[in-house]
Each structure stands twice: as C-alpha cells, then as structure tokens.
Design a protein around this ligand. Structure first.
Ligand code: ADP
Ligand code: MG
Length: 411
C-alpha cells in the first residue's frame, strides 16, 4: 500500500513528501480510511508506530474540504503533556505546509505572556487547536473559546491521560463540545478505564487494534452465564463422554484449580493441575505429560497460563472471566492452531459480567451465550447480563468529585 491509495488531496500528498514519509505504517493503513470515512475510531498501537500522522493526514485532508469560515475552531487535539503537544503541533505544521491549515498550540508551562498570546490566538480562532487538558480548561473557564463549529476531537495517548488523572478534565472539556462531531481516540494500551471512556464519548466507533492480535477465525467462542456453585457440574457435562484430546481449564484462584482437579479426579478423569504451590520440577512433569498427550485435562491458574506453550488444544475453558482482553485472546489462541478448529468457553458469574462485556467491546463482537444444561438449573439471566456494566452511569458517578484518578490500578 502507498499513500496514493488514500486519495488524499494534492497539498496533503505534497506535505507527506516534504516530511519524507514513503509508505504508510500499519496503523496508518488501517486508520486513515476509517477517519476519511467519517467514523469514530478507537486505535490502539504501540508507541512509535506512527499514530500522529494516522490522525493528522486525514484531518488535514478533511479540513481542506470543509467550507466553514476559515478561522473558526474545527478540530481539537488533546494530548497529556506539553512535549507531546509540541510534537503534534510541529508535525501538523510540517504536513499542512501546502494545505495552509491554521493551528494554535495551547500547552502552558510558560510565562503569563504565553497565556495572553494563547488567549488572543484562541479569540481569533484557528482550524486546529492542540492542547493539554489543564491549560485548555484555564482558557475555557474564561469563556472566550468558541467550539460551536468543532467537528473533530482527537484524544492522543488516552491511556497516559487517564494515568495522569486527567479524566475529570477531559469530561469537562467534552461538555463544551458539540455532540455532533467525529471523535478519534489513540492509545498504546487499552486498560479498563479507556473502555469506559470510549463507551461514553464515542459513537459506534470502528476499532483498529495492532497491539494484540485477535483470536483466529476458526475458534468457536461461546460463554455460559453460570453461578459459581454450578460450574463443576457444567464442566462435567462438557467433558463427560466426549472424545476431547486436550482440555485446558483456567481458574483465577489456586483453590478453584485444586477443587476442579480433585472433583474431576474423583470422577476418574485423566487430570492434573498446575499452580504456584508446585515445585518447578513437578510443573515441568505435568506440562510434559500434557504435551505428550499422556494427560488429557490440565487445570491451571492464571499465573501460569502464559507459560503454557501447548497449542492445538481442543477445548479451553475459562472457569473465571480472564482479567483482561489480552489474557482472553492469549488463552483462546491456545486452541485451533493451523487450520484446525477449537472451542473456547468462558464461564461468567453474576459478578464478572461487566468484565466480560469489556472483553467483547475489545473484540468488537458479542460472544454467544449458551444455555445451561437443564439438570444444572438456571444461571444468571441474559437480561441481567445485558443490563450489567452500564458504564456511562457508573463512570460519571465514580469519576466526579474524586479529585482525579491518579491511582490507576487497572494495568
Ligand atoms: P506514535 O504516536 O505511535 O508513538 P509517532 O507518530 O510519534 O508514533 O511516530 C514515530 C516516529 O515515526 C516519528 O518520528 C514519525 O515521524 C515516524 N513515522 C511515522 N509514520 C511514518 C511513515 N509512514 N514513514 C516514515 N516515518 C514515519
Ligand atoms: Mg503518539
């Protein structure tokens, strides 16, 4: 793919050439068409992958096509630090040299004169504002920033902004922006807090995720809504009488692992467990037996899950919902290597619904919920699942009045 394939306006192409970019990076390949298509976007890719140009190029292109009065504020880019805002503004100047996009950097840190200059520039207006949250709020509080023509909002390094406690500031800025706008969120990681933010501020976003790969297409993924006390019986009914070469069960606690192991042993299944109470030697022994298929069922804690390098597992059971989407994808990826098909089932209890919803949001799809076998009784209802994780409500309730979320333990 080349930059020509995006059909960007000539001045934008000249800017790309002047900046010496020869070919789009993967995040640019994926994100630019989505942004040009007018969609909201969640883009996740590691640092250094070219996210800045991924939003600046389509932005400059679209600003060329918009016929608003030139000096009204049409786009706002928010970044966590002064240094980053400067970098973005410099790249913007470079790329838009031929497009003549007007911009103002609002990042403070300087003298009082700097503030007055920013104020004058804001009053005059410019097509793009690049700002840090705190400094922008100082200006907003004084009442002269007119966002009524704003069409594009870009949040860069969203994960860092949350880590730095800018969430209340961002919400406050959002309250000054038109609801009808295109919102783009860029981040290096997707911790839980970002999920809640995207649910609140983006509309039907497209997602680009280059940080973690998604499960292979040939994995059948499904989930059960099930109470803890029903889980063992469910496992039995899933395994009993079926010809499943390799089964891997993940539980989040040692106690859970030991319980599953001892019950399946009592039922005469060919099962062993692996957890941190075992010596390294015992663990290797179990792993070797599993790898050589001498052992059919392996039960493991989350802690050791990353070290399990056996593929081609026919059934993966998540006895608990994994901590995050990355773990989920990693586990589900244990099945169905190389064209074979596999099954990954996740047990969701009444307390884990919100967590699973966030994994679904990350995957960009809803995982099918299966009905429990009749003899196990009724689990939590699908209605309760659909009602759960009303992030919008919880989010506002939790975030206001807490004085910022500086302690972010989600990672
Ligand atoms: P990120 O925001 O993902 O951390 P940046 O946008 O800061 O990454 O880009 C990292 C570096 O790569 C910058 O020096 C940028 O100029 C350069 N870069 C980005 N995209 C390209 C490209 N398509 N071709 C060449 N260099 C690029
Ligand atoms: Mg960046």
């Amino acid at each position: 793919m080349t930059f020509n394939d995006f059909n960007l306006a000539d001045p934008v192409m000249e800017g790309i050439e002047a900046m010496g970019y020869e070919k789009p990076s993967p995040i640019q390949e994926a994100a630019i068409p989505i942004i040009l298509g007018g969609h909201d976007l969640i883009a996740c890719a590691q640092t250094g992958t070219g996210k800045t140009a991924a939003f600046l190029l389509p932005l400059i292109h679209r600003l060329l096509g918009d016929h608003e009065a030139d000096d009204s504020i049409q786009a706002l880019v928010i970044a966590p630090t002064r240094e980053l805002a400067i970098q973005i503004d410099q790249q913007l100047e470079g790329f838009s040299y031929f497009a003549n996009t007007s911009s103002i950097a609002v990042y403070g840190g300087g003298t009082g004169a700097g503030f007055d200059q920013e104020k004058k520039a804001l009053q005059r207006g410019a097509q793009v504002i690049v700002a840090t949250p705190g400094r922008l709020i100082s200006h907003l509080n004084l009442g002269y920033v007119d966002f009524s023509n704003l069409k594009y909002l870009i949040l860069d390094e969203a994960d860092r902004m949350l880590d730095m406690g800018f969430l209340p500031d961002i919400l406050k800025i959002l309250s000054h922006l038109p609801v009808k706008r295109q919102t783009l969120l860029f981040s290096a990681t997707m911790p839980e807090g970002i999920r809640r933010l995207t649910d609140r501020i983006l509309i039907a976003p497209k997602q680009v995720n280059l940080a973690v790969s998604k499960p292979a297409e040939n994995v059948l993924q499904a989930a059960y809504l099930v109470y803890d006390q029903q889980k063992i019986a469910l496992i039995e009914s899933l395994i009993e009488g079926k010809d499943l070469p390799l089964v891997l069960i993940f539980a989040s606690t040692k106690a859970g692992v030991k319980e599953v192991e001892s019950i399946l042993k009592r039922k005469k299944f060919n099962v062993s467990a692996i957890h941190s109470d075992l010596e390294q030697e015992q663990r290797s022994d179990v792993m070797n037996r599993f790898r050589s298929r001498e052992l059919q069922i392996l039960v493991a804690t989350d802690i050791v899950s990353r070290g399990i390098d056996v593929d081609d597992i026919s059934l993966v059971i998540n006895y608990n919902v994994p901590g995050d989407a990355e773990d989920y994808v990693h586990r589900v990826g244990r099945t169905a290597r190389a064209e074979k098909s596999g099954v990954a089932l996740t047990f969701i209890n009444e307390k884990e619904m919100g967590k699973f919803k966030r994994i679904e949001a990350f995957l960009g799809s809803t995982i099918r919920k299966l009905l429990l076998p009749v003899h196990i009784g009724e689990g939590p209802s699908i209605e309760s699942y659909e009602r759960s994780g009303n992030f919008r409500k919880n989010f506002i309730g939790n975030s206001r009045g807490k004085g910022g979320q500086r302690r972010n333990n989600n990672r």
